[in-house]
Design a binder for this molecule. Structure first.
Ligand code: TYC
Length: 114
């Protein structure tokens, strides 16, 4: 993820200047934070129990919720862990990727704009 992906610099439709009609960019001082989906991707190697553990540890899921999400990813290829503001989503992705790497698992976690 690059800093330039952070859309907290909001854009709104251009507004014509009263005198000249020139379209001016507007930028409200307070932005609504953009929301991001954090997704887990399936692979053939990472143990199911490891993925359930990740969902409990980093996404505060119950064992039943974690098992349901893990099985969804296993069957469909991708699944939703949660929706967060940019910085929280980025932190979760990094936590999962670091934990997977430390445990020599190929598990992939990614984020996308809602
Ligand atoms: N497909 C893996 C297996 O059969 C389990 C798995 C589920 C892996 C979800 C990754 O995000 C994942 N062991």
């Amino acid at each position: 993820m690059r800093a330039s992906d952070d859309p907290n610099a909001p854009t709104t439709p251009p507004v014509p200047d009263k005198a000249t009609g020139i379209l001016l960019k507007t930028k409200p001082k307070t932005a609504k934070p953009g929301l991001y989906r954090v997704l887990l991707l399936n692979d053939d190697f990472t143990p199911m129990e490891f993925v359930v553990h990740i969902l409990e540890k980093f996404f505060n899921k119950t064992r039943a919720e974690a098992t349901e999400i893990m099985l969804h990813v296993h069957r469909r290829g991708v699944g939703l862990c949660g929706v967060y503001t940019y910085e929280v989503a980025e932190t979760k992705v990094n936590q999962v990727m670091d934990f997977a790497r430390a445990n020599e698992q190929p598990l992939q976690c990614t984020m996308e704009r809602e």
